[in-house]
Design a protein around this ligand. Sequence first.
Ligand code: NAD
Length: 427
Amino acid sequence: MPSKHPLPSYLHADSLGPWGSYLQQIDRVAPYLGSLSRWIETLKRPKRILIVDVPIKMDDGTTGHFEGYRVQHNTARGPAKGGVRYHQDVTLSEVMALSAWMSIKNAAVNMPYGGAKGGIRIDPRKFSRNELERVTRRYTSEIAIIIGPNIDIPASDVNTDEQVMAWMMDTYSMNIGQAATGVVTGKPVSLGGSLGRREATGRGIFTVGCEAAQHIGLDIASARVVVQGFGNVGGIAAKLFVDAGAKVVAVQDHTDTIYKPSGINVYALLEHVSAQGGITGFSGAESLANDDFWGIESDILIPAALESQINEQNASRIRTKIVIEGANGPTTPNADDILRENNILVIPDVIANAGGVTVSYFEWVQDFSSFFWTEDEINQRLKHVMREAFASVWQVAREHTVSIRTAAYIIACKRILMACEMRGLYP
Ligand code: NAD
């Protein structure tokens, strides 16, 4: 039956893009929400969308223009929170989906935040450090009207690192005339960043990976792991699995796909990537055609690059036991169904990669109280949050005989919609 309140055209799921995937995920959870489902339309519309022009003076004296976005999906449970991505293919629809997944993620692991995401359509590899600093500062000034330590707190994401967060923090602070460390997370430790933040997402992936492995009787110490994306998330996760005895047999990034059945030396690969900017040219493994990556047999597959990487074209070729979603939205809904039919356990992004926002929350709390915790304290608390979240979704999945993803959405949507109901509609 057509809705009485049709969505504005830019919110339609008529393309198979990330926003379309998100809407399908929401439709799948609706039957489990009971009377709260009357608020579900709220989740299908971002609360606030800001598109900004980011003009900067280029090194050659000309003026460059870049398109920037900040989307606040939902703030029923607290200030908006989510990263900022620099990528040449960033689109509004992608940022909308990423902001919505942040709402779901924050609620799924019970962080007191809503969801947001930002992005700039730029390939940072093509610009100088000075140009990137000017882009970052102008973008921050343009979105300053809707961010703030109690309003919306950006963080790092694809192609944005601690330095970018430091520039954002400084720009916002200069504009308001005081140091506002809590306006972004993922900052350098010297600027109010948290110990353990850089490793947090990978560490969270490792924690839920161990929990999932235990549930299906897989021994991590003899597991074969394949990883797509060898940046902050994939690189750290790979290292932690290797430290636990597992073998990383294949890695893919934007430059190459490499394979070594006896196990890649992940430490050497991390050094190579930090020097060369990608895995290509690494001498310790054989190079494969990119498409062959999806057919490699493994026990654990970690997509840790971009959205929609596991799709109808490759899902049926995947031979693994557990998919741990390091990236946001790496699996399309149709591919999700294929993996489930093939008995592959999927630990969804909104749980699996929540370690990052969890330690971001710790960073924010530390900034507010100006009292900093030890790395050991951070890691222990992180492990506790991840294990609790995993246990809850596992139980709900069993109760309703649904996937872990739908279980996570049931928990998260109930929390968000309960907050909407309690707050009521203003005015
Ligand atoms: P990053 O910039 O550090 O690394 C991205 C990696 O993806 C790089 O290795 C790059 O080569 C690879 N990549 C890019 N395009 C690719 C392609 N077409 N095919 C294969 N590989 C490709 O980014 P990151 O912070 O590691 O983020 C990776 C994913 O994890 C993103 O989806 C991000 O939203 C998600 N995530 C990040 C965090 C965090 O704390 N950084 C937290 C939660 C989720």
